[in-house]
Design a protein around this ligand. Sequence first.
Ligand code: ADP
Ligand code: ZN
Length: 219
Amino acid sequence: MNLLIMGKPGAGKGTLASILQDNYHITHISTGNIFREEIAKRSPLGLAVENFITKGELVPDELTNQIVKSVLSEGDFPNGFMLDGYPRTKDQAMALDLILAELNMPLNFVVDIEVEDDVLLQRITGRRVCSQCNTIYHITLHPSTKIDVCDVCGGELIQREDDKEESVKNRIRIYNQKTEPLLDYYRQKGLVVTLDGRFKREDVFEFVEMKLGVTHGNN
Ligand code: ADP
Ligand code: ZN
């Protein structure tokens, strides 16, 4: 099953994706994670994108499209893929259509996670991410057992540079302007299903069964 996961910053795209990856073995592809890994490695790509990301601006379409194209062309997705954080602009959506047509990997659903704006800021500013494995925590809503240490791998938990308030506001504004309109495009194709952003783990299984038509554990 091939999915797009859409929703404002802080809606829970990464959290949903990791539940789906663990339970349904759908491959999670996050452009944000890819960029952050490249920045950590100080690679040429990382250096090229670092400034945009820190400010909460979008990485240019051409660069982003190239990366997604190479990940999708080179990867192997026995149970499908989920794109998290891509596409974010009309240009990216058009590029993705071409890439998927070429690779003969059609989209099955676009999952739109819906959350009220006031919840987003609280979620994002309390968010901590494992610097090693990208597992997501929240200082009050979902804390790690030991402060600042990842339960999964023991890595150090950090706050993303772009999770500070100024950047977050910029990211939400850009989402409303450039990304939200894409939902209409996918609605016209009949692909959009919505998920309430207050979801718990169990809700995800019910959502997958009821709205995506997949039984737990067998893809
Ligand atoms: P969020 O969805 O919470 O904003 P992401 O991890 O998806 O976080 O993205 C973090 C940042 O990475 C974005 O603010 C942007 O700078 C950059 N980025 C990620 N995906 C894209 C994309 N498809 N196009 C342009 N920039 C992107
Ligand atoms: Zn970890």
